[in-house]
Design a protein around this ligand. Structure first.
Ligand code: ATP
Length: 442
């Protein structure tokens, strides 16, 4: 049977809406610019993505967790360079009002000023610098003294807490701080579903190292982060590194690599790994007038640590997982995602709505729910029920039939290869656990 990957993001958007993964925000009011809400299955999937990241990061002795506030002292953003430097060059078409980021246009388009949307010759404006930070006011007075920003990245919450964490957790360098949280950017050109939005979640880890050892740690983190995406079930041929060179490098970075995924819209960044040097800690020292130094007891040295950062968008990683999992196989649409990420691990079907089958099904279902997220479906043909579960990526479907009442077994059908196996109900959770352990993307 021929299998095709996702070709058009619109197919995924439609599946996500129909099956309750992701809805347009405020939809009954017509939606609001590139904001999305995660539905019953989407919120479950997102939690699974976050848990995998959190466990990979914090289930080791050298990384601590943090959950810093979104609103921070406005001086933080002066120190970080965001007030002056977090700008994108904005270009408008005077005719059709389309907006572009100048750095996304080709040199030819910039020179000719011809609009890529309506084609009008010479209609593009000169680039204007547009700051991407959302502003709001703290307290009842809307004056300049009350101005605060919604954080455009989670990293600064980690930098300003470097000493609090290091001292309270008694960590020695090298060590890291990991955080998951919302970030906000007033993007000029959001779009492509949840790829680029104005409100999104980041999963960031800053690893503090001794100056001079930074490139060695950088290389290690590059490899570990690539492996994380592969371990999530992403097919390795759909991942690649992209190095930032020359003008692409951010003001704070000595080295930067993106991990890119081949989305239906082309190769795009999912995660960035950056060597941020001692830029941020030194700037916070300067702006806060507080010393931020590490004292190495073994060597009796004092220094400002260097930082290797790994920064992945939760929503964007989730989008790569959905895009990669999506397959069209003949009539069937299936999300072949890693079983550990799937919103439901198992669906239970009584073959028919007969009291004796229901009674046994209820018992098996209650047992399953003690271990796994499970769902129950007793409507329509078994074939239809399989299709429903395929579309939402449920790795196992267990059917209770009349034979099961005598041998206390169920028929387990595998999502990826559609094979069926009789499994004793008492062994079902162990069977699923074993199968999940040996799962490979296909
Ligand atoms: P770009 O240049 O594409 O705007 P960036 O290189 O500034 O992005 P980073 O600041 O490195 O992005 O952000 C780290 C990660 O956060 C990205 O790899 C991406 O996964 C995620 N991310 C950044 N901006 C957005 C956004 N607007 N919507 C969703 N995720 C985002």
């Amino acid at each position: 049977m021929s299998t095709t990957d996702l070709k058009d993001m619109a197919e995924l958007v439609s599946l996500c809406k129909r099956r309750g993964f992701i809805f347009p925000s405020s939809e009954i009011y017509g939606g609001i610019g590139s904001c999305w809400d995660y539905g019953p299955l989407g919120s479950e999937l997102k939690l699974n993505v976050k848990n995998r990241w959190w466990n990979a990061m914090t289930n080791r002795d050298d990384i601590e967790g943090l959950d810093a506030a979104i609103l921070m002292h406005p001086r933080v953003w002066e120190a970080s360079g965001h007030v002056d430097g977090f700008v994108d060059p904005l270009v408008d078409c005077k005719k059709c009002r389309a907006r572009f980021r100048a750095d996304h246009l080709t040199p030819e388009q910039i020179d000719s000023k011809n609009c890529p949307t309506c084609g009008t010759k010479g209609s593009l404006t000169e680039p204007r610098q547009f700051n991407l930070m959302f502003k709001t006011h703290m307290g009842p007075m809307e004056d300049t003294a009350s101005l605060v920003y919604l954080r455009p990245e989670t990293a600064q919450g980690i930098f300003v807490n470097f000493e609090n964490v290091q001292q309270s957790a008694r960590q020695k360098i090298p060590f890291g701080i990991a955080q998951i949280g919302k970030a906000f950017r007033n993007e000029i050109t959001p779009g492509n579903f949840i790829f680029r939005t104005r409100e999104f979640e980041q999963m960031e880890m800053q690893y503090f190292v001794k100056p001079g050892s930074d490139m060695e740690h950088f290389e290690q983190w590059k490899a570990m982060r690539h492996k994380w995406h592969v371990d999530n079930g992403i097919r390795p041929n759909k991942l690649r590194f992209h190095e930032h060179a020359g003008t692409e490098l951010a003001h704070y970075a000595r080295a930067a690599f993106d991990i890119q995924y081949e989305f239906p819209i082309g190769w795009q960044e999912v995660e960035g790994i950056h060597n941020r040097t001692d830029f941020d800690l030194k700037r916070h020292q300067e702006f806060s007038k507080k010393k931020i130094e590490y004292f190495d007891e073994a060597t009796r040295e004092k220094y400002v640590p260097f930082v290797v950062e790994t920064s992945v968008g939760c929503d964007r990683a989730l989008l790569s997982i959905l895009c990669d999992a999506y397959r069209l196989e003949g009539e069937r649409t299936v999300l072949k995602m890693h079983p550990e990420l799937a919103p439901y691990k198992v669906a239970l079907f009584p073959l028919m709505k007969k009291p004796e089958l229901i009674e046994f099904s209820d018992k098996v279902y209650a047992d399953l729910k003690r271990t796994f997220r499970a769902t129950y479906d007793d409507s329509g043909s078994i074939g239809k029920r399989y299709r429903r579960q395929d579309e939402i990526g449920t790795p196992f479907c267990a059917t209770v039939d009349y034979d099961g009442l005598t041998d206390q077994s169920v028929t387990v059908r595998d999502r990826d290869n559609m094979t069926q196996e009789r499994v004793p109900a008492a062994r079902l959770t162990d069977y699923m656990r074993d199968q999940m352990k040996i799962w490979k993307p296909s």
